[in-house]
Design a protein around this ligand. Structure first.
Ligand code: KG4
Ligand code: ZN
Length: 341
């Protein structure tokens, strides 16, 4: 079965083809991505109206491109999967409308996928045999920071989450305060390479709270106050390093706590912040100390992409959770916890 996946929840248009048969692990055939980052850069963040209109421009050419790269015709598509939410309403509707129309034209079903389920399951695209359920998942994106206990496809229990900003937001806002471009996470971690994280130490919010929740809003204020005194390029690099260290330390401490509390040994890290090198290194070292192992998606699939959407659809079908159908296409809740799937 060949699944065309479409992601359009924010500022990346992602399209991919995934195939699966029987109980085999789904395989990525081809994928294409257009990032709008340079379009939004001048505004310091994503402009929803511009995002929606650019998705319209990009989505069909990208679909043609992935079919061409997989040397498949349109008639080889058996199902069209798309990101149903959460995300920017207009941007989501472009993906949903395109997917449902495309599916109708091809005479195949369409299937809406939860964006975070896509991130959560994306490490299964790494072709790594050792990854299996159950596991703890750290979901760290621009909009979410959650620790989930994952028993299987569609079986998710929330262990802890941010009570204010997401980790990606903390990276992006700290970067903005330091005058770095958008998106700020990668820029901040690049600047941090040249910095000393001990020169302007920052608080580690909720580090000792005894639970698995996070809070990053106060960190932003602390960075703002110190940024005013950061006079030299070295000061800014040191502050970038301190901000990164504070965010990463909390993410690592809570993830390891989640492993200990759950008794599980596998940790999956997904979402854009999972591309952060310091986070990856510290999680791998920390989990190893507990006899555990960390699983990441391929680096290129940490941030938003169509492959994870096609994959999540494939795994849901394989698990017998879906038949595919356009009925629930626009049935999105404003707050849509994964645990309700
Ligand atoms: O998962 P994603 O692509 O989109 C959402 O669903 O939000 O995540 C985007 C977030 C942004 O906040 C971005 O700054 C952050 O991931 N990010 C990073 C890195 N690469 C992306 N944060 C820290 N270090 C990175 N290398
Ligand atoms: Zn995402």
């Amino acid at each position: 079965m060949n699944i065309l996946g479409i992601e359009s929840s924010c500022d990346e248009t992602g399209v991919a083809l995934v195939s699966w048969a029987g109980a085999q692990r789904p395989r990525l055939l081809s994928q294409a991505l257009h990032t709008q980052a340079s379009m939004h850069e001048a505004y310091g963040g994503v402009v929803p109206e511009l995002a929606s209109r650019d998705h319209i421009r990009r989505v069909l050419p990208l679909a043609e491109q992935v079919l061409r790269e997989a040397a498949l015709g349109r008639d080889a598509v058996d199902l069209v999967a798309y990101t149903r939410g959460p995300g920017l309403a207009g941007a989501l509707l472009v993906g949903a409308g395109t997917a449902v129309a495309l599916a109708a034209a091809l005479g195949v079903p369409a299937l809406g996928v939860h964006h975070l389920e896509g991130h959560l399951l994306s490490p299964f695209l790494a072709e790594e045999a050792a990854l299996a359920f159950p596991f703890v998942a750290l979901l760290v994106s621009g909009g979410h920071t959650q620790l989930m206990r994952v028993e299987g496809v569609g079986r998710y229990a929330l262990m802890g989450e941010t009570i204010d900003d997401a980790a990606g937001e903390a990276f992006d806002k700290s970067a903005k305060l330091l005058g770095l471009g958008y998106p700020g996470g990668p820029a901040l971690s690049r600047l941090a390479e040249a910095g000393d994280d001990a020169r302007h130490p920052l608080p580690r919010p909720l580090l000792h709270s005894g639970d698995l929740d996070f809070s990053f809003a106060g960190l932003k204020t602390a960075v703002m106050l110190k940024a005013r005194q950061a006079a030299t390029p070295q000061d800014r690099a040191d502050l970038a390093a301190a901000a990164q260290a504070a965010i990463v330390d909390v993410l690592v401490a809570k993830s390891l706590r989640a492993l200990r509390e759950s008794g599980l040994r596998r940790l999956v890290v997904a979402g854009g912040v999972g591309a952060n090198r310091r986070l990856r290194e510290q999680l791998v070292a920390g989990a190893a100390g507990l006899g555990g192992q960390v699983h990441f998606p391929p680096l290129a699939l940490c941030t938003d992409n169509g492959a994870m959407i096609a994959l999540a659809a494939a795994l849901r079908l394989q698990a017998g959770l879906e038949q595919g159908g356009s009925a629930g296409a626009f049935d999105v809740q404003p707050r849509w916890p994964l645990a309700s799937l």
